[in-house]
Design a protein around this ligand. Structure first.
Ligand code: NAP
Length: 313
């Protein structure tokens, strides 16, 4: 491997173009050597391939891939990449099931390459200072509210409504990636209700009640039918006052009114993820935390299903 990590980007949809391409361009540890997608929607001046097999058969030298496809098709692509001894960066969620992620971990270990299950929301500017502040505090309750308009944020994404697309848990897992990172105690589901539109295979809303291992309630309110004001908030009550993390983890407010945050740059979400991926590859390590995915799997396993009116885009 040369010093620069020669990276191919796979699944050239919204997140690949909006976030991955600029984050890769802004990090000298990486060189974007190829894009892979069924449509010709690549990056000007960068060789483009229809699928990963075509890339593997080409004469392009690749060290790593970042996978931005929908979760349902990610495992097969990741497994093929690991078999080529390429390092793998997985967009969130790391898979459509828990078992397939465990298989990828084994493949990566066998190939002696890096597997990175990324959680971009953990790199939002307020998250690390929130974790630090809470680590020395006693939590009495927490409320997570993630309410957004699916028509605004996920237009035309058929996969998100299919089984394995997660529905409202696609953004909801971002909230859980933050909560599992900042809460000083682990928590687990006691009750959940998932609202499925009669014409869809994934939920449009969910109401989940967790409890921490020391008995404190944590609620998760997810709704994709929110019009007007959108909420991506986590409010944690502690014996030292209320912590509020708003705007998807970007804005932290502590009880004294202060708003600490990490500096932009390498701590921004996607620059932060690529800095971490480079560090893992260079250090010969993997980072696969499945805690957020496990909570989503538990919600589907433990939750009551309620049928609601059809969703028509
Ligand atoms: P998207 O716009 O639908 O893009 C996904 C791309 O994957 C498509 O453009 C498609 O390109 C390719 N693809 C490959 N196989 C596919 C299949 N069987 N069905 C549909 N598309 C297929 O989705 P996205 O918003 O970028 O999200 C992709 C992943 O990133 C998801 O896991 C999502 O949770 C995550 N993510 C999204 C955001 C966001 O704000 N949108 C933020 C963070 C993370 P081709 O048709 O050219 O193959």
């Amino acid at each position: 491997m040369t010093d620069t990590i020669r990276l191919a980007l796979v699944g050239m949809g919204k997140i690949a173009h909006d976030q991955h391409v600029p984050a890769i361009a802004g990090n000298p540890a990486f060189e974007l050597v190829a894009t892979v997608s069924r449509s010709p929607n690549g990056v000007e001046g960068v060789p483009h391939f229809h699928d990963i097999d075509e890339l593997a058969k080409s004469d392009i030298a690749v060290d790593a891939v970042a996978l931005c496809t929908p979760p349902q098709v990610r495992h097969a692509i990741a497994a093929a990449a690991l078999e080529n001894n390429w390092h793998v960066f997985l967009e969130k969620p790391p898979g459509a099931t828990l078992a397939e992620v465990a298989v990828l971990e084994e493949l990566a270990a066998k190939a002696n390459v890096t597997l990175f299950a990324s959680w971009h929301s953990r790199y939002a500017l307020g998250v690390e200072p929130a974790r630090e502040w809470l680590s020395a505090r006693k939590v009495t309750s927490a409320a997570i509210t993630w309410r957004e308009d699916v028509r605004q944020w996920h237009p035309g994404q058929a996969w998100i409504w299919e089984a394995g697309g997660f529905g409202v848990f696609d953004p909801g897992i971002n909230a859980l990636s933050i909560a599992t990172h900042i809460m000083p105690q682990p928590f687990f589901i006691e009750q959940a209700t998932l609202d499925f539109p009669a014409n869809r295979d994934a939920p449009i809303a969910a109401d989940v009640a967790f409890r921490t291992t020391d008995g404190r309630p944590v609620t998760l309110d997810l709704d994709w039918r929110q019009e007007g004001h959108q909420s991506w908030d986590i409010v944690v009550e502690t014996t030292d006052g209320t912590l509020k993390l708003a705007e998807g983890g970007a804005v932290l407010t502590l009880p004294d009114g202060s708003t600490p945050h990490h500096e932009e740059g390498l701590h921004g979400e996607y620059p932060g993820l690529y800095a971490r991926f480079a560090e893992l590859v260079q250090g010969g390590r993997s980072d696969v935390d499945i805690a957020p995915l496990r909570h989503v799997a538990d919600a589907f396993m433990r939750g009551k299903r309620r049928e609601v009116e059809d969703f028509v885009e």
